[in-house]
Ligand binder design. Structure first.
Ligand code: R5P
Length: 291
């Protein structure tokens, strides 16, 4: 088995290779002066299984292109199987046509991957309107979850916690984590006015006075969801607010905005960031030994 990355998840890829005692072989990815992709494998792939470890951030568009080019090239060079480990799978939130004429991006992304890789392993993809990854993937697609790792982190690091899900979709993370920790949990009602404007309200009221609130969500993108949820739980008496995101995108200065709002951000290393405190490599290795 050979492990590589197109550039986004090199640290994680190296850590996986070390745990699997497999070779990490860097892939050369650059571009010609006109912007065309240049790519080169630096090891013999004939008859080998290749694992591409690549989160779709930063630059989800280029990441997808790089993965398709890398997978097609690997097969062309004789690789026996191409496994994509995409700890963060982008495009999943556009899972329907919200307005006439829109592209259902998740379907297009899946179609491109179905055509180029043999297996996909991902962590906590944003599954909302789909029942499972099978709705869009024809290849074997494994959906892992970081819930128990997040639960362990909360148990170890946060005293007197209460888990808050910022919207109805987040119950799948918030409720499971709360059960793992053995503490209370509630899911807020989020109203999204635009991609940068949301409001939050606690519908199922629980007592959080003096507690350390832990907001758990799959994605922290601009941070607006977390900031509004934090404002609400603070108003209700929470002593501190920590936000745990499986995928910390922190676009448009999201990290600084959270800091300014008095929220401590913690993430898994699905996407490399200074807030990475929860290591998902063990989860991925457990799955890869079965491949
Ligand atoms: C959406 O449903 C996701 O679960 C997240 O809540 C959302 O992507 C967060 O986005 P932002 O950080 O931009 O508010």
């Amino acid at each position: 088995m050979i492990i590589t990355s197109c550039g986004n998840s090199v640290k994680l890829a190296k850590s996986i290779a070390k745990k699997l005692k497999a070779k990490f072989s860097p892939l050369t990815v650059s571009s010609f002066p006109d912007g065309d992709i240049y790519m080169k494998f630096n090891t013999n792939l004939k008859g080998k299984k290749l694992v591409i470890v690549q989160s779709f951030q930063p630059h989800s568009d280029m990441s997808l292109f790089d993965i398709v080019f890398a997978a097609e090239t690997a097969k062309d060079l004789g690789a026996k199987k191409v496994i994509l480990v995409a700890p963060y799978l982008a495009y999943m939130r556009q899972d329907k046509r919200f307005n006439p004429g829109e592209c259902i991006s998740s379907r297009v992304m899946a179609k491109l991957l179905n055509n180029s890789v043999d297996k996909l392993i991902t962590i906590d993809p944003h599954i909302h309107r789909y029942k499972s990854l099978k709705d869009i993937f024809t290849i074997s697609a494994k959906n892992l979850t970081a819930n128990s790792l997040i639960g362990d982190y909360v148990k170890k690091k946060i005293k007197n916690p209460v888990i808050i899900g910022p919207d109805s979709e987040s119950y799948q993370w918030a409720e499971v984590v709360a059960k793992h920790v053995g503490c209370d949990c509630t899911v807020l009602k989020k109203t999204r006015h635009s991609s940068r404007h949301v409001s939050e309200k606690m519908i199922h009221k629980i007592d959080i006075e003096g507690m350390n609130a832990v907001i758990v969500d799959d994605i922290i993108s601009t941070g607006h969801t977390i900031i509004e949820a934090a404002k609400h739980v603070k108003k209700m008496g929470a002593k501190s607010v920590t936000a745990i995101g499986v995928h910390g995108l922190f676009v448009e200065n999201g990290f600084d905005k959270l800091k300014k709002a008095g929220v401590k951000a913690v993430t898994t290393n699905c996407i490399e960031h200074s807030t990475n405190k929860i290591d998902v490599s063990v989860l991925l290795v457990k799955e890869l030994v079965k491949c």
